[in-house]
Design a protein around this ligand. Structure first.
Ligand code: HEC
Ligand code: HEC
Ligand code: HEC
Ligand code: HEC
Length: 214
């Protein structure tokens, strides 16, 4: 009897320290994935040390309803300073980041101030020791800006052939008429629900298998 109680206590303790997300959703069913507000996420810059945004506006460092810094539908009323850095890419000779990827790097380059928005020059740079500080060397990061193979294309060799993705959350970003892999193919900057603003779960590498036919 004593022993059974002991086991029960162990079971309760183990349950309490298992990461909350595990087992609470089906990695293959997007309808079960957690959708959480940006307000309690790393993308609420009001929570970042040294940053104080008027009226605690969560959206303002990235978007503004009028007089945005970049115009047009691809630019989502963008209100943050652009990165001026030159990046080292995964494929030597690949073009510099564009589109949404360039927007992300306007904070994650480790140089452009987080609080440079609305046309003013900020002063708080992302913590150099944070993993979220990507710097300008993207050569050891998953390639971005690459064109995705068209349906039916044999991509390099048959073993590398990729399925079309998109069904389980990851997406191909249409840019200048072609579909490409960009930061927001794998990340949704608004939803911290799956951790790391991911669009699809890391469980069983579902996020990778969406594009890579392995
Ligand atoms: C840290 C930066 C950041 C913050 C903060 C942010 N966004 Fe965004 N948002 C982006 C980026 C980058 C895109 C374009 C990428 C994309 O479409 O996936 C975007 C796209 C959008 C879009 C168009 C595409 C879509 O996903 O629907 C809407 C609408 C939007 N944001 C609304 C908001 C609102 C409302 C807030 C505040 C509650 C907010 N965003 C806060 C970065 C941010
Ligand atoms: C306005 C500045 C800003 C922009 C633009 C921005 N981020 Fe961030 N992001 C941050 C800050 C600040 C953090 C927190 C860094 C830290 O904890 O050290 C962060 C954290 C993250 C994290 C880690 C989340 C976590 O829970 O620890 C990911 C992933 C991320 N950002 C991806 C993106 C992507 C992808 C884009 C573009 C679609 C983007 N960010 C655009 C400021 C920004
Ligand atoms: C092919 C998918 C993919 C692309 C493209 C991608 N990421 Fe990520 N990113 C991930 C995954 C998966 C993780 C979580 C890694 C982990 O938990 O081990 C992650 C983690 C992060 C983190 C958290 C810190 C870290 O290193 O774990 C940041 C910040 C981030 N990504 C930003 C970006 C930015 C900015 C871009 C574009 C320049 C980008 N990502 C492009 C898949 C991607
Ligand atoms: C949105 C689609 C997409 C997602 C999601 C994705 N990839 Fe990729 N990945 C690509 C494309 C496209 C390439 C470029 C392939 C090429 O040039 O041969 C690539 C390249 C790679 C390469 C380098 C191949 C080489 O020849 O150098 C590796 C490794 C890789 N991906 C692993 C991953 C892993 C691990 C994940 C999950 C964390 C992932 N990918 C998620 C589309 C994706």
């Amino acid at each position: 009897m004593k022993r059974a109680w002991g086991l029960a206590v162990v079971a309760v303790v183990v349950a309490a320290f298992t990461p909350a997300a595990l087992g609470q959703y089906d990695p293959y069913d997007p309808n079960t994935w957690p959708l959480e507000s940006i307000v309690n996420s790393a993308h609420n810059l009001n929570n970042y040390p040294g940053i104080d945004i008027p009226l605690n506006q969560v959206c303002l460092p990235c978007h503004v309803p009028h007089n945005a810094l970049q115009a047009g539908e691809e630019n989502v009323l963008w209100n943050h300073a652009e990165t001026g850095q030159t990046f080292e890419m995964y494929y030597s000779g690949a073009g510099q980041p564009e589109g949404t990827s360039k927007k992300c790097l306007g904070c994650h380059d480790g140089v452009t101030a987080l609080d440079s928005y609305g046309g003013t020059q900020g002063s708080v740079v992302i913590d150099p020791d944070s993993k979220a500080n990507m710097g300008t060397d993207l050569s050891n990061d998953h390639p971005i800006g690459i064109e995705y193979p068209a349906p039916g294309d044999d991509f390099n060799d048959p073993n590398e052939f990729m399925s079309r993705g998109n069904s389980l959350g990851v997406r191909l970003v249409s840019f200048s008429g072609v579909e490409r892999v960009e930061c927001n193919s794998c990340h949704n900057p608004h939803n911290p629900g799956l951790g790391n603003f991911l669009r699809a779960p890391l469980e069983e590498s579902v996020i990778c298998l969406e594009c890579h036919n392995k």
